[in-house]
Design a protein around this ligand. Structure first.
Ligand SMILES: [Mn+2]
Length: 380
């Protein structure tokens, strides 16, 4: 926790930031995302009435899912609500630095206790996912739960399984969306340093530390405001982007040196790691996070895939730059989906079959999955 600023300084900085926001000064101002006033009003009423709130997110949660969930949980707890954050499964230990991490109640570990929290909830808030199947084994519990449900999310094509939907696919992260919602409801006064660290973490992880989907100036005003609230961006940069175990560094080195296949003619690259290889490096969940992005550093490479052998399937991750739609490629051939430039899926079969499928698609992929000019839009 940093203590470089006293309360008066923070108030002065926040005033300065607020005044320079394109969406107005503090208080009831226009939002970053052009939020729907009636959705905000309904959310406000639901929060007002609720005593026990459950927050959930997508399975295999990432920094944005957990950052937005814990950030919102801190705020709602400061408002006196009883809040339980229930991710479908375990959160990578790489996020253990987030304030509130030790209070997470993953359904995969807590089972009936977690189900009880859903049944006793007056309000369920669904963060960073657009369809009920994204909570995996928690889906029935979520759908059968009687409490009103609110979605706050930035994935394309949301499914309407909720009572209030705040869906903004143009947004760079759910965390900045939660920040915007809180600010628009006048609840940003409850954002303390811990909440600010969580929300900023989600904004940083979903934009690769503001290296993609990061050209909207509002993002930096939100960052400035969160830092003024006490977020420690210097500490977060070190913890999120520059902290690795020895085995993690070695497995990534091995993958890049020995396993990266580059196909310049097809502007493609892939890496595949088998269970045996992962085990020989004492692979821990999250160790190869971000690996799939690396080949995109090579000029001319447009999309990249990473295949990781799990017990029952091959986990597929894909990334791209520009107009290449890895979400469609994953959707059509690898049982998944995601965002235009970041998607994933599962391949049921052997690693050899998975690689053969990918290689067979390569000659036609550029033509089939490159988006036409007019539909491209930089995310805010
Ligand atoms: Mn997200």
């Amino acid at each position: 926790m940093h203590t470089a600023f006293d309360k008066d300084t923070i108030a002065r900085l926040r005033g300065a930031v607020g005044a320079s926001m394109p969406f107005g000064a503090t208080g009831a101002a226009a939002s970053i995302h052009n939020l729907d006033p009636s959705a905000l009003a309904r959310l406000n009423a639901l929060i007002g009435e609720a005593r026990r709130i459950v927050i959930t997110c997508h399975f295999v949660p990432d920094g944005d899912a957990i950052g937005s969930a814990l950030g919102l949980a801190h705020v709602l707890r400061s408002m006196g609500r009883h809040v339980t954050v229930i991710p479908p499964d375990e959160t990578p230990k790489t996020l253990a630095f987030l304030p509130g991490f030790d209070r997470l109640m993953p359904y995969s570990r807590y089972g009936d206790v977690a189900v009880g929290r859903f049944r006793g909830a007056d309000l369920v808030i669904c963060l960073d996912f657009n369809a009920s199947k994204r909570v995996d084994k928690l889906e029935r519990v979520l759908l059968e739960c009687n409490a009103p449900k609110v979605m706050i999310d930035h994935h394309e094509n949301p499914e309407n399984f909720v009572d209030v939907m705040i869906s903004h696919p143009e947004s760079s992260s759910t965390s900045i969306l939660v920040y915007d919602v809180l600010r628009s409801l006048g609840l940003d006064c409850y954002i303390d340093a811990e909440a600010a660290d969580c929300l900023l973490t989600g904004m940083m992880t979903d934009t690769g530390n503001f290296t993609y989907n990061a050209n909207n100036p509002s993002i930096y005003l939100a960052v400035a405001d969160l830092v003024a609230h006490g977020a420690d961006r210097v500490k977060l940069c070190k913890l999120i982007f520059d902290t690795f175990s020895e085995s993690c560094l070695r497995i990534n080195g091995y993958a890049l040196s020995e396993k990266m296949h580059v196909f310049r003619d097809y502007k493609a690259s892939y890496m595949a790691l088998t269970r045996d290889e992962l085990n020989s490096f004492h692979y821990a969940k999250g160790d190869t996070e971000g690996l799939v992005n690396k080949p995109l550093a090579i000029p001319g490479i447009v999309y990249s895939a990473y295949f990781r052998e799990e017990k029952e399937y091959i986990k597929v991750s894909m990334r791209s730059v520009g107009k290449f739609r890895v979400d469609l490629l994953c959707e059509q051939y690898f049982g998944g989906g995601g965002h235009k430039n970041a998607a994933g899926g599962e391949f049921h079969g052997t690693m050899e079959e998975c690689i053969a499928t990918f290689e067979a698609l390569m000659p036609t992929n550029l033509e089939r999955f490159t988006e036409s000019e007019e539909s491209t839009e930089e995310k805010m």
